[in-house]
Design a protein around this ligand. Sequence first.
Ligand code: 5GP
Length: 116
Amino acid sequence: MSDTIFHKIIRREIPADIVYEDEHLIAFRDIAPQAPVHVLFVPKTPIATLNDVQPSQAEVVGKLTVAAADYAKREGFAEDGYRVVINCNANAGQTVFQLHLHLLAGAPLGRFGTPK
Ligand code: 5GP
């Protein structure tokens, strides 16, 4: 069984502020928010990084993005706008090796992608 911190959240072994869950994925608030709204969308299928998504698993990524957009609409900030981000490996700063999509919203967001 995979054992990242996110799998522990999926298995309810550690607490999280869960905002959505279905058979495919779970969404919960980031513990260190980088925007007024910062929610992580995590598939239940173990996949370490975006590099590891097989063509047969493309639907997993689709479900994350659709769930994020649905959440934005439900919460009323879809029209104002939001950003989704998937960090992959070291240069993007990935720290948890279970695929996840960041949803950032709630205020105008700064630009991104500047090399350190
Ligand atoms: P990454 O840098 O891998 O793209 O994103 C990992 C995210 O997980 C970070 O934004 C970090 O704040 C968040 N995170 C790490 N540990 C926990 C935790 O135990 N609970 C929650 N809710 N978020 C976490």
